[in-house]
Design a protein around this ligand. Sequence first.
Ligand SMILES: Nc1ncnc2c1ncn2[C@@H]1O[C@H](COP(=O)(O)OP(=O)(O)OP(=O)(O)O)[C@@H](O)[C@H]1O
Length: 648
Amino acid sequence: MTKQTLSFQAEVAQLLHLVTHALYSNPEIFLRELISNASDACDKLRFEALNNAALYEDAPNLEVRVTFDKEAKTLTITDNGIGLSEAEAIANLGTIAKSGTKEFMGKLSGDQKSDAQLIGQFGVGFYSGFIVADKITVESRRAGLPANEGVRWISGGTGDFEVETIERAPRGTSVILHLREDATDYLSTWKLKSVIGKYSDHISLPILMRKEEWKEGEDNKGGEMVTTDEWETVNKASALWSRAKKDVTPEEYNEFYKQISYDHEAPLAYTHNRVEGSTEYTQLLYVPAKAPMDLWNRDKKGGLKLYVKRVFIMDDAEALLPSYLRFVKGVVDSSDLPLNVSRELLQESRDVKAIREGCTKRVLGMLEDLAKHDKLPEAKADAEVTDVVSEEDKAQAGKYSAFYAEFGAVLKEGLGEDFANRDRLAKLLRFASTTSDTVSVSFADYKARMKEGQEAIYYITADNAAAAKSSPQLEVFKKKGIEVLLMTDRVDEWALNYLNEFDGTPLQSVAKGAVDLGKLLDEDEKKAAEEAAETFKPLLAKLKEALKDKAEDVRVTTRLVDSPACLVVQDGGMSTQLARMLKQAGQSAPEVKPVLEVNAEHPLVKKLDGSVHFNDLANILFDQALLAEGGMPADPAAYVKRVNALLV
Ligand SMILES: Nc1ncnc2c1ncn2[C@@H]1O[C@H](COP(=O)(O)OP(=O)(O)OP(=O)(O)O)[C@@H](O)[C@H]1O
């Protein structure tokens, strides 16, 4: 085919502009990206060759070669992997196929620093070459195609690119970077080796470079390094996870994480184990420090790469971890699975089930460990004695809180998803409470602070912390000094459906059912409540009649101190707040008719009896209770009218 000029997809053009501007502060990552692509291409070849060994042609040893030409100012990364056909070059190097591209583009702010972080997460891959090059030539031949079906792709990284058919004997791809004037320091073996050592040491393929030797100058005067014809391997060339733990430095673990996760930040924690027994595998699992932007995407796949005996099988192998741990990144390398395992097969495999359980345990173990070291021991009252806090403990402190702020809400999904680990998960949960503004109270902390005679762990769900804290339902708890957990994550209400108790103590929503403070109420209070219920009977009946379309029931409560009324739902019913949320999300929710509870001590309630405005007051009472918990009267205009009628 003759040369043709094609335009980049709009997003690519936009991304290219950003790459060259926002990522300029850390240019050397281009080499990591291109070597990673080369390595992926070799993985793909190895995988396709499982069913078609002829694809190896006469070059069975997969490798990456990095060369440069000082005169021409070019740097070339060559692999003998799967290669690209012409159609593939057009499709893959002119568009971004990744899901979420549009969404990602929409998130960019124009601020270079924050954009650079976002791009880091997104993974710029091939296009990062344009950080250092003002022109890139790609020459490739796909494995299995004849030599005269090679392709050359050229672009200056602006609006378009050229493609033409070429003759190319070697299988695989060469990416030739025509370096910008300010990037010529990459034309140095020493520089390239150091960047490869930093970012690509763990790549399991050999990365080869021409060997350099010191050559003395004439008459022993001066001397210089000269490039020889010999090749040398410049990386460790063994899969990082297959090495012994003691041979891998924390920096190498972190670098490997960055490579597989597109995260620019180091992970919060990792665990690396070889599991032996009936199912054998190696796991290297990371907990990221920051949530990815698509954490809440229900279709988000898992973050684990599956290898079988070092052969890459697939990315995002969701069968290897439950979905509530979808934030975990890493690698599982199985010794037992067949190489041609498919996603469907994975779902059914007993080995995969064992791996999944094993990985889940490890991640939970890792989180428990972080939780244990989250707080440094408090200083003793006795100033003479101070605990010696190790550097390691200091480094661990605060990590679990940081983790929880990012991923706590996802972890809660596990209550409904992973019954076997529910108790372990419950111990990992943290909440804000009426005594702690920070999300740091565990169920165990709460239990330790429970009042004598208190028989339940009390909690309230609300849209946000402010609404939760000012909810009238909390009044009696405040008065009695009873701590209430404030649950403000969207998933809380759903997740707590699956947790009825913690360590033998029932969990009780303060907005559900009749409040029974049991032993916490004194005799006088109990008696007063009973009496009020009796004397209020006729009034309650009238209220019930006036509000029969809105309220399921009307009763007197001991729950309130300052407010005249509040709404609660029957035990086991869906809270009005959850019903509201579902409706907002466009989902169907049952009509919840709440119970109106009134405070017999409140002047407004006392005023009701015999009032000529009884009907209006009753409705106002109900609508205000709804407003107080963040709801909206069914007919706001009618509410305003009623209040105004009383005001004038
Ligand atoms: N050396 C190569 N050999 C064969 N195909 C390649 C090579 N480099 C890139 N490609 C193709 O170009 C596509 C785009 O590469 P790019 O690096 O932009 O994205 P990616 O590799 O899919 O994603 P990421 O780099 O973010 O993981 C790749 O998916 C692959 O199909």
